[in-house]
Design a protein around this ligand. Structure first.
Ligand code: SF4
Ligand code: SF4
Length: 240
């Protein structure tokens, strides 16, 4: 399998949020109205205008206390379930770029049923503009990548957490770093590395970072296989 991939080394993330800000700047997305919720995570969730979010979680007590940081974005799935759901309603609304593997939402996504597309995503990524009905998420900074540049988040990250390049190179980098981290933290894993193009290295159980970091179940409890039974099958029957 060729194309591009990210390698995201969560052991190096300091939650500086430079990537979150640079994503907004490059995409010219407006700020969110937020409130104090007793956490440094801000805003509370992804939205149509916040397609990249650094999540904070606290685990353990006393000497075992740990802060875990998770810069969340679309995983650019190798076989994207959101596109399968989109295609069952309107082909061409969600694109899959052959050269890079980027999954790209077009303006036509406003014609799709949002809950079906969101329910198809194992990582609960898609969001909708409440006014235009258009759907959004990370598009791999496809304009930058096609011009030979790094995605904005990768270019900005000062710690080496965010890496991007040819898939084979990223997998090699990820495996080498995993071996280093496992020497100290034997439970460290590469999350869903075979099925996504955004490969996270998690030092502890992925669910400790965020419930949708790993692909155990989608937001509506749907696994990828169940997606076909519960969502795509009935839709296809309705279309005759
Ligand atoms: Fe689609 Fe979700 Fe996969 Fe992104 S992570 S390509 S939104 S299914
Ligand atoms: Fe983490 Fe890098 Fe983003 Fe800072 S810029 S929050 S270190 S991924």
């Amino acid at each position: 399998m060729s194309g591009k991939s990210f390698f995201v080394d969560l052991t190096r993330c300091t939650a500086c949020r430079g990537c979150q800000v640079s994503c907004k700047q490059w995409k010219q997305l407006p700020a969110e109205k937020t409130s104090q919720r007793g956490t440094h995570q801000n805003p509370a969730d992804l939205s149509y205008n916040t397609i990249r979010l650094v999540r904070f979680s606290e685990v353990g007590d006393g000497d075992d206390f740990k802060w875990l940081f998770f810069p969340e974005q679309c995983r650019h799935c190798v076989e994207p379930p959101c596109k399968m759901a989109g295609d069952s309603m309107l082909e061409g609304a969600i694109l899959h770029d052959a050269a890079t593997g980027a999954v790209i939402y077009t303006e036509k996504t406003k014609e799709l049923d949002f809950e079906t597309v969101r329910g198809a995503c194992p990582y609960d990524i898609p969001r909708q503009d409440p006014v235009t009905r258009q759907l959004s998420k990370c598009n791999m900074c496809i304009d930058r990548v096609e011009a030979g540049m790094l995605p904005s988040c990768v270019k900005t990250c000062p710690t080496g957490t965010m890496n991007f390049g040819d898939r084979e190179d990223m997998l090699k980098l990820a495996q080498a770093r995993l071996a280093e981290v496992q020497a100290k933290s034997p439970k460290a894993i590469l999350v869903d590395a075979d099925s996504v193009r955004v490969i996270y290295l998690a030092e502890v159980d992925p669910k400790s970072y965020y419930k949708y970091l790993g692909d155990a179940a989608g937001p509506r409890g749907l696994t990828r296989l169940a997606l076909f039974d519960k969502v795509l099958g009935p839709l296809r029957q309705m279309r005759g």
